[in-house]
Design a protein around this ligand. Structure first.
Ligand code: FES
Length: 87
């Protein structure tokens, strides 16, 4: 993924914004990532990604996951009706 790719589709928050937030604020709990433009407070899909960014702000820089794959996985998550991801 690239820095300008979206991580939180519900609130249109990019990887760059979230990585910078994690570096700058060093959240003590992953749920504090929601203070970055409300990321994670919608459908919950991005919560596992936010949790990883807290421990490693560079976790997804240059990963093989494409934005299209990421978006498709989110669509599948929403369609599945599974319980919402939680912090
Ligand atoms: S994609 Fe982040 S809360 Fe829905």
């Amino acid at each position: 993924m690239k820095p300008d790719d979206t991580i939180c589709y519900c609130y249109n928050v990019s990887l760059r914004k979230l990585s910078n937030y994690a570096r700058r604020e060093c959240p003590r709990h992953p749920s504090e990532m929601t203070q970055c433009l409300d990321a994670g407070t919608g459908c919950g899909w991005c919560i596992p990604f936010l949790q990883k960014l807290v421990t490693d702000p560079d976790a997804f820089s240059g990963s093989d996951l494409t934005p299209e794959q990421y978006e498709q996985q989110r669509r599948d998550y929403i369609r599945s009706g599974q319980p919402r991801n939680k912090f």
